[in-house]
Design a protein around this ligand. Sequence first.
Ligand SMILES: Nc1ncnc2c1ncn2[C@@H]1O[C@H](COP(=O)(O)OP(=O)(O)OP(=O)(O)O)[C@@H](O)[C@H]1O
Ligand SMILES: [Mg+2]
Length: 318
Amino acid sequence: MEENTTLEELQKLPFWEKGEILVSSGPAGEGNMNLVLRVKTANRSVILKQSKPYVRKYPQIAAPINRIKIEKAYYSLVETNPVLKSFSPKVLSYYSESHLLILEDLGLGSDFSFLYSGKNTLDQQTLKALAEYLNALHGLQIEGFPDNSAMKILNHEHIFNFPFELENGFDLNSIQPALQEISLIYKRDIELKEALKKLGARYLTNGNTLLQGDFYPGSWLKVDDGLKIIDPEFGFLGDKEFDLGVLFAHFELGQQPESLKKKFLIEYQHPYSSTLLDQYQGVEILRRLLGIAQLPVALTLDQKKHLLEKGRELVLAQ
Ligand SMILES: Nc1ncnc2c1ncn2[C@@H]1O[C@H](COP(=O)(O)OP(=O)(O)OP(=O)(O)O)[C@@H](O)[C@H]1O
Ligand SMILES: [Mg+2]
């Protein structure tokens, strides 16, 4: 399946009911990793998500094809919990051999990337909903979850390694003039890199808590029916502080008021280590400013300098 796969071809999928005629198909929204199509028939609309052995938008970059299996396992697990179910698309079908997941269409919506403009504060209702989601997710009793180490290794590279490599070939001046020079401070920081090595090794081990694994504004979808959480392809069993740290890092990148974190933590019900939360938060800040997975942030060079320092301090928190 490709973006331009014809309706005739899509019609051949065994999924459709008898006599169900496809009317249209097109990209479901913004996304880089996978093929995600919205397919409409006369009386319904569904989402087709297919993983490839590479990043769909950058076919020269290999990516674990099993990520769709993780997504399927994640959605099937969260369906057993009424709270999580209300935040998630239903799984309609799954074809493991063609790496194809068919999901309920949650409707047209927008993600929360607008937060990076720094001009909007996340509303209280969404903040509470995010806490409600993580409360339920991190409280799940998990019997088993498929191994997601291939995706973790990929993520590990782009969180803990690549952004801090002296000669990684990624010219940060193409993102913002003089950022490359600033990045060298962190790329040459032995103490920071030692701490990151430890934290990275920890990220790679297995834990008992099911994590969304990529809990940032791009995975939150606002639709008519409220807030939805999608795209759990980086899900794994690990430290709950990872989801929390990523969340808080994106509050920083979106220039959210510090009070948001406090408000979130009042709602969050599980015990956690604030040191570990700080560390994951720190590395997520650093890697989003220095690594390849850039965001549409509205930060001046001085603001980035300040945030990079903050990220470093958080990683080195004791
Ligand atoms: N179940 C759904 N209902 C409605 N819209 C959806 C659904 N799933 C995905 N979308 C839309 O398609 C977009 C891409 O989906 P998704 O984030 O799952 O793809 P991806 O390829 O994994 O993206 P990324 O490159 O960010 O990892 C979403 O941002 C959203 O707009
Ligand atoms: Mg994705």
